[in-house]
Design a binder for this molecule. Structure first.
Ligand code: ATP
Ligand code: MG
Length: 555
């Protein structure tokens, strides 16, 4: 991966900039998250793009925390963001905070005033909003628009000193109240907010607006290509206006279509609502589309990066099927995940012609699809085994090739058995299946001549260990949770988590660490959850072996 990235329009822009000598042959991008939540898969797309493009051209990428809103930002988020980017496999050149630039940004505001390009406005927020006009009607100039430079300078200093309350005054750029682009109708540059900031504490009570901070921060860092999502296209003239008016480094903004995925939501505000309403166990709940949630679910950095490469970069919004993300992780785990046998809903299988108390050691492949072959592990075979309840049928349908009275089946990596009889408990449930085994049918040296159409997994009752299994499904029932309902939480899937308290597993699974990946044969891909304790490992289902969801939808 990496080297053969498909080219895209951004790649082409940078190539031609390098050829023409723009930016003196340098490429410096940035990833600018606001630390107001955990990163999600959409951010992963932006990360892969910014870091990937820079890497392709021997350039670098800065990490910049866009922390201009004191109310929503937290150090916990800063740490999670750093951790997630590193985990994805990217290293940043410089780590910056927009709040580090507050003093410089303030001096830019003074420069604008001195150039007659900004003014302090005493209008109320409502007056400012209505004065903006509509896209088809010009706005009305504020009565404060023509304040003198000295008065503006004085008022701005007093705003900074805290002489006014929130909302009492703002600083606005003086551009064009009749511009067809609403963002150029004297946008607000500074607002008063008496709030403690996660880094600057109570040093400031005025904070720059996004548009005034972003481009200037790019410029301060000498970012060459500032890549953002399409909704900022309309802000670009303002981005350029500030840079030109201040005569600072000419960073340039480019836009691409954001990643949209079905069956989930991808806005930090909405995700925070799920966390705060206890609809999930936290930002890293394995059902969340956050990077930390995906990690806990069992996604690998490689699968996420591969997914981002697969979906590519576009200039037009579209929706990617979540099945594509699932495809990416299946593909990666197929070659990486250790195989194991785990019985989710056990019934006992007794081999009547196997000696009591005896055991034998069999070998099973760790991963037949691993690049360097995964070797073998030992399995213990014995007279009594656990098998899956669903692998036995009292009266089988024609296509049922597993255990049923008189039918043969192969026990994975072991022997062929034939079902002789079965018994039920007082509730009428199958409690035991009695079989005969064929010693000469051992996997790898089968001379029995017996045909078994099906293969099932099993564990020896003498060795099986109990494990907890968490079966995760999609968080939302609806393909587009935000469409149609007043509250997107009404579309939550009530069956998105099913817990199996006591599945029975091969004993080696007691030695597992959070983040280890497995394929539980015939069931799916799983990973060890950090909730695991000694004697009680917990496994999360990452994804099923096949795309069961879309098959189910088609029925
Ligand atoms: P959210 O609405 O989820 O909070 P945001 O855009 O407000 O997202 P930021 O922290 O401001 O979040 O985003 C940091 C960077 O990630 C920005 O450059 C933004 O454009 C990009 N980004 C956010 N969401 C997506 C997405 N779905 N697809 C691609 N890039 C995204
Ligand atoms: Mg944002």
């Amino acid at each position: 991966m990496g080297k053969d990235k498909p080219s895209n329009f951004l790649f082409d822009i940078i190539s031609s900039d390098l050829k023409s000598g723009k930016h003196a042959g340098r490429v410096l991008t940035r990833f600018p998250p606001e630390p107001n939540g955990y990163l999600h898969i959409g951010h992963a797309k932006a990360i892969c793009l910014n870091f990937g493009l820079a890497e392709s051209f021997g350039g670098k990428t800065n990490l910049r925390f866009d922390d201009t809103n004191p109310v929503t930002e937290k150090t916990e988020y800063v740490e999670s963001i750093r951790n997630d980017i590193s985990w994805l496999g990217f290293g940043w050149a410089g780590e910056y905070y927009t709040s580090d630039y507050f003093e410089t940004l303030f001096s830019y505001a003074i420069q604008l005033i001195e150039k007659g390009l900004a003014y302090v406005d005493d209008s109320t927020p409502e007056e400012i909003a209505s004065g903006k006009g509509t896209p088809t009607e010009a706005g009305l100039p504020s009565p404060y628009r023509n304040r003198g430079i000295a008065e503006n300078l004085d008022l701005l200093q007093r705003m900074r000193k805290g002489e006014y309350k929130d909302g009492e005054k703002v600083l606005r750029a003086k551009i064009d109240m009749a511009s067809p682009n609403m963002h150029l109708r004297d946008p607000i540059v500074y607002r008063i907010k008496h709030a403690s900031h996660h880094r600057t504490g109570d040093e400031w009570c005025i904070y720059p607006m996004y548009d005034f901070a972003h481009g200037q921060s790019d410029s301060i860092e000498h970012i060459t290509h500032s890549i953002c999502t399409l909704e900022f296209e309309i802000h670009r003239p303002l981005y350029d206006w500030f840079i030109e008016s201040l005569e600072i480094y000419p960073s340039q903004q480019y836009e691409f279509a954001r990643l949209n995925l079905n069956y989930t939501v991808m806005s930090k505000r909405k995700l925070l609502e799920l966390v705060e309403g206890n609809h999930v166990s936290g930002w890293d709940d394995p059902r969340m589309p956050t990077i930390s949630g995906l990690r806990r679910r069992g996604y690998t950095p490689e699968s996420i990066r591969h997914f981002c490469d697969m979906v590519g970069v576009a200039r037009r919004e579209h929706v990617i099927d979540i099945g594509q993300l699932e495809f990416a992780i299946r593909e990666d785990l197929n070659i990486k995940a250790q195989r194991a046998m785990v019985v989710m809903d056990p019934i006992k299988l007794v081999i009547q012609n196997y000696p009591d108390g005896e055991t034998e050691s069999l070998q099973s492949e760790n991963n037949p699809n691993a690049e360097n072959k995964g070797g073998f592990r030992d399995l213990t075979f014995s007279k009594e085994l656990w098998i899956e309840r669903a692998d036995f049928m009292e009266t089988p349908s024609r296509k049922f090739h597993r255990l049923a009275p008189g039918q043969h089946v192969r026990l994975k990596s072991a022997f062929i058995v034939r079902c002789e009889s079965f018994s039920k408990n007082e509730k009428g449930e199958i409690s035991e299946v009695v079989c005969t085994y064929f010693p000469e049918s051992k996997s790898g040296s089968d001379t029995s001549g017996i045909k078994a159409k099906g293969v099932i997994h099993w564990v020896s009752t003498m060795q099986a260990i109990p494990v907890e299994i968490r079966l995760y499904d999609r968080l939302f029932r609806e393909e587009f949770p935000l469409k149609g309902t007043a509250d997107f939480k009404e579309s939550l899937n009530p069956d998105s988590l099913r817990i199996i308290e006591r599945a029975l597993a091969e004993p080696f699974l007691s030695q597992t660490r959070p983040g280890d990946h497995f394929q539980f044969l015939r069931t799916g891909y799983f990973c060890t959850d950090p909730d695991s304790v000694d004697g009680k490992p917990v496994f999360n289902r990452t994804v099923g072996l096949r795309d069961a969801w879309s098959r189910q939808q088609k029925q």
